[in-house]
Design a protein around this ligand. Structure first.
Ligand code: GLN
Length: 465
């Protein structure tokens, strides 16, 4: 099949399935087909020549919409590409569309999108996870092999787990954030979904590395992730924090993850016990720091510089107020209020400053644990995909979905979710491996070997031709 034929098939699938799944907010037929013809002429060294990819709608793409799943940016088009997007294009990848998401990446179910739920292709009554639910479903439904998402607190790993695919959050600073719309800058990362760890590795190799447009992107050499992806994992030490396998964990998830530990042992890994005594504070710390930073980052959406402006105001402050009142959804407003509260003069020390101290303790736990092991294994999410509406009226229950994922963001270390089994109802379950700084190659190696030896052996109900 030529590149153009392949892209045409991808676009047809995206359009056909979108009615049911709502994973794309825009599908770029004309752009992608034109680009396919251009890419045919690229040298075969271009490592992603003709590779179709979907991009989360909070990552800027020149001349395409970037809505962040929000009414306030419903008509916003960036005039530049995010560095990750530019690198993908230079390597010959073809963007086929922008993926649906929770509004401003705030959520764990995709229900906070201003443009409708995304549905889980394994069961259309269930959520795909969030906030990168559209990017996850674009891959899980077989439309594309890989997509970009973003992570502030688990938003790639958790939907990967709920959709039965692989999702990587790299080390903070591994991928430039230039062009990623800021939510909580000290936690934000671009992450990658793939049908396999190999596809994730391919994309990571292209987009990782220092970028002078992002001063927090690190000047650390980018290894050849594919070169070590099939290495024997014999002797690799996997740490298991047993204390985290307690309350709130669904039985099917516990069993599947326990089983995956045994499978790793069979593959030659050494299993060691580790402790993360402060991990239990992860959710509280995360929801203070993330909301504090969000309340400041989202101040820029005022109706003047970007997107939507409310009509009928008579003076400037009223225009700001009406624009933000009409433009933001309920979850975003809740976060801005929480964040403003924890930063206010009377409460700063009790909340924000305390949270920063506990963040340092969580980091210390991980540093100690990594003296004993190469990666820490836990469930990715305490439950399988839940029903649409099941948690949408209970923010705290929703926030608890992030219990296993947020610590890696607080610390800045990489994490991967790999499919490891199916629940009694046939819904996918993911295992999470968190590694030390810059250990993406190890995580991809552990992920790839697992996928090859213990494939899921099932496909979602809704799947591309
Ligand atoms: N569930 C987290 C939140 O709502 C996920 C955020 C993210 O990683 N973008 O804040």
């Amino acid at each position: 099949m030529s590149i153009r034929e392949n892209i045409e098939k991808t676009i047809n699938n995206a359009e056909k399935l979108n009615g049911e799944l709502n994973s794309f907010l825009s599908i770029e037929r004309e752009y992608a087909l034109n680009r396919a013809s251009e890419v045919e002429n690229l040298s075969d060294d271009a490592s992603l020549k003709g590779f179709a990819i979907a991009i989360k709608d909070n990552i800027c793409t020149k001349d395409m919409q970037t809505t962040c799943g929000s009414h306030i940016l419903h008509n916003y088009k960036a005039h530049y590409d995010a560095t990750a997007v530019r690198r993908l294009k230079d390597a010959g990848a073809i963007i086929v569309g922008k993926a649906n998401m929770d509004e401003f990446a705030m959520g764990s179910s995709n229900e906070s999108s201003a443009f409708g739920n995304v549905k889980n292709p394994w069961d259309l009554e269930r959520v795909p996870g969030g906030s990168s639910g559209g990017s996850a479903v674009a891959v899980a439904s077989g439309v594309v092999r890989a997509s970009l998402g973003s992570e502030t607190g688990g938003s790639v790993r958790q939907p990967a787990s709920l959709c039965g695919i692989t999702g990587l959050k790299p080390t903070y600073g591994r991928i430039s954030r230039f062009g990623l719309v800021a939510f909580a800058s000290s936690l934000d990362n671009i992450g990658i979904f793939g049908q396999t760890s190999e596809d994730v590795a391919k994309v990571l190799g292209v987009i990782a590395g220092r970028d002078r447009n992002d001063s927090t992107s690190a000047d650390v050499a980018v290894p050849d992730y594919l070169a070590t992806i099939s290495d024997d994992i014999k002797g690799k030490r996997i740490g298991v924090p047993r204390a985290l396998f307690g309350e709130g964990l669904e039985t099917d998830v516990r069993e599947a993850v326990e089983n995956s530990i045994e499978n790793y042992r069979k593959l030659g890994a050494e299993i060691v016990d580790v402790e993360l005594p402060h991990a239990k504070y992860g959710i509280a710390v995360y929801y203070i720091i993330a909301t504090a930073e969000a309340s400041s980052n989202l101040a820029r959406f005022d109706g003047v510089r970007y997107g939507f402006r409310a009509e009928g105001s008579h003076e400037l402050r009223e225009m700001y107020r009406k624009t933000r009142e009409e433009g933001f959804g309920a979850e975003v407003k809740r976060r801005i209020m929480l964040g403003t509260y924890v930063l206010s003069s009377g409460y700063y020390d009790a909340y924000y400053s305390k949270a920063q101290k506990v963040r340092a303790l969580v980091k210390r736990d991980y540093q100690t644990a990594f003296e004993q092991c190469d990666a820490i294994l836990t469930p990715t999410s305490p439950s399988v995909a839940f029903k649409i509406g099941e948690k949408s009226d209970d923010p705290l229950a929703m926030y608890l979905s992030d219990i296993y994922t947020v610590s890696a963001n607080l610390v800045g270390v990489p994490g991967i979710s790999v499919p490891c089994g199916l629940s009694g109802e046939g819904l996918p379950i993911g295992l999470q491996l968190v590694g030390n700084f810059w250990s993406e190659a190890t995580l991809l190696n552990l992920g790839n070997v697992y996928e090859k030896e213990f494939p899921l052996g099932a496909k979602p109900k809704v799947f591309a031709d």
